[in-house]
Design a protein around this ligand. Structure first.
Ligand code: ZN
Length: 452
């Protein structure tokens, strides 16, 4: 796995932690700001997304590989069937060749026997011819014939001589014919044998070809298996990386929640303190009235700036006040933006000119940052009757508060603007019953609490 990456990530995290105490201009130098934590978390998220993309890529590569393996396997099976087929044919041809060879051998033997018989008969005929010649040629024949003591005997003798000679000749002719037939048959069978041998040879070359194809496919299959194994290892490593990043992401989420909770707790304590002071002041006023004396007004000055071209929204009594004066252009709920249906998690207030934005209630600034969607945005945590709320002020032209700062209801925190994903100057205001989260699951309709 990619250990290097983790080491560098850990170093980066350590560096971030190390650099924190130097940011000690704000009150809470002891911990990461929510902004910093979220920046880290975003970095981890995008790295994880990248890795998950790679995991998906590996998965599809593995699937492709497995498909190829299956294809190769079925090709090997097909070739194996062909090899078996060819082997069977070769066995058949070999048997036929053996049979034909045996037939040829038998024919050769028969021909040999016949040749011998013909030879013998030939010898016999030659012998006879010689015997006749030696004894004076046909005279001897005549002797045989003339030796007849009657015409009947003579006829008998002529017939006998003829019979002997022609019988011998006939037998020899027959034998010669037989020999010729056998030789012709031998020729035929030898032709058949040659055919068989050539068929067998081509079958054997086919088998050789198939065997080599099969061997190549088997090689390819092995390669694919090895490739799959390494892909699986790579995937496993990436998965491990992704899991570890998830763990880090989770841990940071916990830190973010803790920081938000800490600020919410500060807001809660402040609320309690304010109530206590208000009660003490009321008691003091009551006793002063009893003494029937007047005292000078010692209330604090207003935070509004005289240079504002539009006035700050009038501060309402009670826990909440409107964050800006202007026209409500979009309410909380489903609406259509640029032709797309979307859920609008806040209330949009629009006005022209330099329009101050006020804190909707007492609280602490959790974040004051810029994002591509929200533009200049401020998050404030509030504690109202022991309950935590978070307000979001987006698309501001500028923000005049910083993280960790305490604000009072109606305090100016910046000016209305058109920054981020915004089309025309307006304030996008969100109210969350609880802490803010990315899925905005705590978002409620601000009009449930605030009169705009
Ligand atoms: Zn909006």
């Amino acid at each position: 796995m990619n250990k290097k990456y983790f080491i560098s990530l850990s170093i980066a995290a350590a560096l971030t932690i190390g650099s924190l105490p130097t940011l000690g201009t704000t009150a809470n130098a002891h911990s990461h700001t929510v902004e910093e934590l979220q920046k880290q978390q975003e970095g981890i998220s995008s790295k994880k997304e990248e890795i998950n993309g790679k995991i998906d890529e590996k998965k599809s590569q593995i699937n492709q590989n497995i498909n190829k393996q299956q294809e190769i396997q079925s090709q090997i099976a097909e070739i194996s069937t062909k090899v078996k087929d060819t082997e069977t044919k070769i066995t058949e041809k070999t048997k036929e060749i053996d049979e034909t060879t045996a037939e040829i051998n038998k024919l050769k033997e028969e021909i040999e026997v016949l040749k011998q018989k013909i030879e013998e008969r030939n010898e016999l005929l030659k012998e006879r011819a010689r015997a006749i010649q030696e004894k004076g040629g046909s005279a001897n024949y005549l002797d045989v014939l003339l030796g007849a003591d009657s015409f009947g005997d003579f006829i008998n003798r002529v017939t006998a001589v003829n019979t002997i000679v022609s019988a011998d000749k006939k037998i020899m002719d027959e034998q010669k014919r037989d020999q010729a037939e056998l030789e012709k048959k031998q020729e035929e069978v030898e032709g058949k044998l040659a055919d068989l041998e050539s068929t067998k040879a081509s079958l054997e070359s086919l088998k050789k070809d198939l065997d080599s194809q099969k061997a190549k496919k088997a090689d390819l299959f092995k390669q694919l298996e090895a490739q799959q194994a390494s892909l699986e290892v790579e995937k496993k490593d990436l998965q491990q990386e992704s899991d570890e990043l998830s763990k880090m992401e989770h841990q940071l989420e916990g830190e973010i929640q803790a920081e938000q909770a800490r600020l919410a707790e500060l807001a809660r304590q402040r609320e309690i303190e304010r109530k206590r002071q208000a009660e003490a002041e009321a008691a003091k006023r009551a006793s002063a009235q009893q003494q029937a004396t007047t005292s000078s007004n010692s209330s604090g000055g207003s935070s509004s700036t005289p240079t504002d071209t539009a006035p700050s929204a009038p501060v309402s009594a009670g826990a909440w006040t409107a964050p800006a004066s202007g026209t409500i252009t979009t309410n909380f709920g489903w609406d259509v933006l640029n032709g797309k249906k979307r859920f609008h998690y806040g209330t949009d207030i629009a006005a022209r000119g330099s329009v101050p934005i006020s804190a909707a209630a007492d609280g602490y600034v959790i974040k004051s940052q810029y994002s591509s969607s929200y533009g200049n945005v401020v998050y404030i945590t509030h504690s109202i009757n022991g309950k935590t709320f978070t307000t979001v002020y987006a698309h501001m032209a500028s923000s005049s508060v910083s993280q960790g700062q305490a604000v009072n209801k109606g305090d100016r925190i910046g000016y209305m603007g058109n920054t981020g994903y915004s089309f025309g100057q307006h304030l996008h205001f969100e109210l969350h019953a609880g802490s803010w989260n990315a899925s905005k699951s705590n978002a409620v309709n601000p009009r449930q609490y605030i009169n705009f």
